[in-house]
Write a protein that binds this ligand. Structure first.
Ligand SMILES: *Cc1c(COP(=O)(O)O)cnc(C)c1O
Length: 222
């Protein structure tokens, strides 16, 4: 039996099929340098990792024009390791974390782009804020003092289920929150939702950034 497992082909196929306004984040967590280089040589420049230490090591070894996205849960005491280079942090879910990112960005003379993670799934294991917490944070006067971060959008993960209707409801719910939030915070333009199993639905529901791992690199062995 032969089937296509070429990373380069998978990147090309995805890049050709995604709408022009949708950014592809190639999720390379657990994958070796060679696999990332194959995607890089196919033209991919945006990669996502979920562990800060792994991202730091890969950043050191790989071409410096790669844009590294942190897509996992962020511990405050580790922000300093990625602050010199991280391009976008997807999983920001508290004001405390934003403050730490701002502090570390300032030390590096940078502005770090952030997405606020919204909890839309049924599983309680998925991180994120609810709508009220989001709107409170965005309208907080203290936010204007954080001059080294820029909140450019929202991120969410749907429930892990085969129920397409439920996933669609969750994505549509997040899109609604995104539209509301844009009214109070005009720098919001990115809506990060959709993974290998649900990115097409996510795009139909308004996603502008998809985070795709296994459909590019194959299954992960943990
Ligand atoms: C692992 C991961 C992905 C990619 O998942 P796939 O199903 O392999 O595409 C996307 N988003 C987050 C937050 C992840 O942790």
């Amino acid at each position: 039996m032969s089937f296509n497992m070429s990373i380069a082909n998978n990147i090309a196929t995805l890049q050709n099929s995604l709408p022009a306004n949708v950014t592809l984040v190639a999720v390379s967590k657990t994958k070796p340098i060679e696999d990332i280089m194959e995607a890089y040589n196919a033209g991919q420049r945006v990669f996502g990792e979920n562990k800060i230490q792994d991202m730091v090591e890969k950043h050191e070894q790989l071409p410096k024009d790669i844009q590294w996205h942190m897509i996992g849960h962020v511990q405050r005491n580790k922000v300093k390791y990625m602050a010199p280079f991280v391009s976008l942090i997807h999983g920001v879910d508290s004001f405390k974390l934003l403050k730490e990112i701002n502090k570390q960005a300032e030390k590096n003379n940078r502005t770090i782009n952030c997405l606020l993670q919204i909890h839309i799934a049924q599983e309680s294991t998925k991180f994120g804020m609810n709508e009220e917490e989001l709107l409170n944070l965005l309208s907080s006067p203290e936010l204007t003092s954080l001059t080294n971060i820029c909140i450019i959008g929202l991120m969410g993960m749907a429930t892990f289920t085969n129920n397409q209707q439920q996933i669609e409801n969750e994505f549509t719910y997040l899109k609604g929150i995104f539209e509301k939030a844009k009214q109070i915070h005009t720098t919001l333009s990115v809506l990060s939702m959709g993974m290998s199993g649900d990115y097409k639905l996510a795009i139909e529901c308004g996603s502008t950034m998809v985070r795709i791992g296994s459909s590019i690199f194959g299954k992960r062995n943990y």
